[in-house]
Design a protein around this ligand. Sequence first.
Ligand SMILES: [Zn+2]
Length: 173
Amino acid sequence: MKRSKINLKAEVTSRGGVSDLLQAPGDAVLIERGVPRWLIIKCPCGCGEEIPVNLDRRADKAWRLYRNATGLTLFPSVWRDTGCEAHFIIWRDQIVTFGGGASDNSPGRSLDLTDLARRVLAAWPPRELVSYVDVADQLGEIPWDVQEACFRLVAAGLMAEGKGSARGHFRKL
Ligand SMILES: [Zn+2]
């Protein structure tokens, strides 16, 4: 994993002129008309491509954008199926690119999630295998945060993660 920073250059209402604002890898512009429509990102890999990420939930496939005191977060991950095939997440202003290098570099490692883990465990339905995204929605929390809290609860022997297609689903032990 490689870590870099997202750099939100501007919030605009239309696509015109956006390319001029996107200079360096990780630069981004938010297009908002009433509701967030697009996040245009200069590919963090350095290939120079602009990646349009749809944020409009009326469209088929929409990403969620979270903006709060911890920074900008996008969910789920972005995976280009053409060109450089970059695969990355944006979590708390950090861009984490997958592929190559060590995998112990998650930005979540350094977070204090003790309180969140406690709330996640309290909110978890008993005996059920549930997606961390559903519990994040229920708690109004960022899914990446809840996923990291779940990983720690697994490490503490308090939860188990599903296997195969049930990965990302957890149950209380
Ligand atoms: Zn790229």
